[in-house]
Design a protein around this ligand. Sequence first.
Ligand SMILES: [Zn+2]
Length: 424
Amino acid sequence: MQISQLQQTTHTQYCQLSAKVSFENQQQAHQVYFRVPLAFSHHIRLCFEPFLFSLLPIALVKQEQHLHIEGALCPDSLANATSILKLFQLWYQHPHLPKITAQSYQVQQPTSTKAGLFLSGGVDSMASFCRSVQTYPADHPRRFAHAFFVYGMDLGDPNKPDARKTYQQTVHALTQFLQPYGCTLVPVTTNVRQLYGHWRFYADYHFGPLMAGIAHALSAKTSEFTIALDNQIQNYVPRGSHPLLNKYFSSSFLTSQGLLEAYTRLEKYAFFEGVPDAIGYLRVCHSPPTNSQYTNCGQCEKCVRTKLELLVNGYLEQGTNFADQAITVQHLQQIQLSNILELEYYQAIETALTAQQYDELAKIIRAKLTKAWRLRFKHKLLQWDQRHLDHRLLKTKNKLLAWLKPSKKSETLLESIDNISGKG
Ligand SMILES: [Zn+2]
């Protein structure tokens, strides 16, 4: 992979940082960009790091021999990118790593003392923002002054329908929410995922390094950034955003910070106490309703789980951004635990529901948790299959299923792993 022709250009409605990306065995080159509305053009820093971090995992899985930067690179970025590759090698057993080189190496100065965070509107990032408001005085450098909201990650996912309306709705709502706290929402669009769009890859490798790239693209006004982690540190499995991985998202001019993995899910809700209006702005749904004032359907697994958490924390009435705000037995019965990282959340919910005597709801969750061992076993087996047999067990299972049920479209290799350990 070669990354060249770095440029910052201004257009009628947006400002763009772009570079040319060429693969070793492809004639066609690609133009990769990070784009902000004109009013935010002063956030863009002209540097190669956005492309290094966000394209590194793609170079790895496409088995590129080299990743060469036709320009200057920060030596800290080079060291950290090398560690990222080695961590992925440790996790996923890659026999070969691309060698990272650049035309020259030079450190850059931070040009700001402000902190930023990625704010999707989900519970983790909103709790991280509220913690910052509760913890630091307004003039403290750790207090979040900028919030990055991205089109081209879960919204703008190449595997999902266009969600620009939800994006615009959320930009408008979060801008309004953040303004009284002295925090500016910076909307940003990127096409990086168009180069390698499979969401299994996104979950296992890409979403953290992609955020590291975006943060570097916007680092003219930010010196440190935070990615809010979902789980507690002891429950993590290898994935694209992980406490061990995210520490390597730093350079000489931008530092990656993370604190949220210290807290349980319910402890995170305690951060909303100081900023209770945040609850009305939550956006958790991966299948947002179309043509609706709401950005959460209220019925999918993630919406129902969030409503349960709001219920046990006494916030359900404030959760006004759900098309369906009720919690019914039918909602809970439809839930399928499919991701081992969800177990931590449901265990906490079950304990809280029991303590608060929501016995009927607690009983349904408890019954689902008794089958948790199956998820853990499948996850271990699939990891072992991936590491030692190059997915041969899974491929054989899929072939058998296709033979037994030829009318039913068999799962692809990657889709079946999604169901076991995917990003929720
Ligand atoms: Zn939903």
